[in-house]
Design a protein around this ligand. Sequence first.
Ligand code: ZN
Length: 195
Amino acid sequence: MAWEGLRALFTVLDDAHFALAGRAIQLLDWDRSHRYCGRCGTPTETKSGERARLCPACKLSAYPRIAPAVMALVCREGEILLARSPHFPPGMYSALAGFVEAGETLEQCLEREVEEEVGVRVSRIRYFRSQPWPFPNSLMIAFVCDWTSGEIRPQAGEIEAANWFKVLHLPKLPSKISIARRLIDAVANEMRAGQ
Ligand SMILES: [Zn+2]
């Protein structure tokens, strides 16, 4: 037996065990970071009957926090748009992603992120699926969309490179159990079948 970080186990554990470990890590992280009330600073207590921490002084309840993030795979005739973040392993490309801001819909977030990161405009946003992402507390919500206008212009500091890739010649992609890979594989397979 040995201690391992969850990230290192991402490609080792199966889906069910990764989800369980991810849930445990998120709850522990939330519990440790909510020991004091965010409103009045009083030490919080575990609330009975639900998973929450309660402030005995001002009665503020704190629940485990989930940060939604949108992933977008932009498509056009036989090609998909993939990009590299500076912290990716060498040669690896993936779909675009970004956090939802306060007051935004998922669709607005997607349009904003795509335009900010690569400078293109999209339409026909279709839901794909979602995946909890416990680093530290995200829920990744993935979509497919169609390119409508604009040339690729990578955002300085965020996007190291971005390109259109033909689905028959894709670069190195993220691991098979990531939602990014499932999204890319599903769309690429559908496009290949149609060619
Ligand atoms: Zn309080």
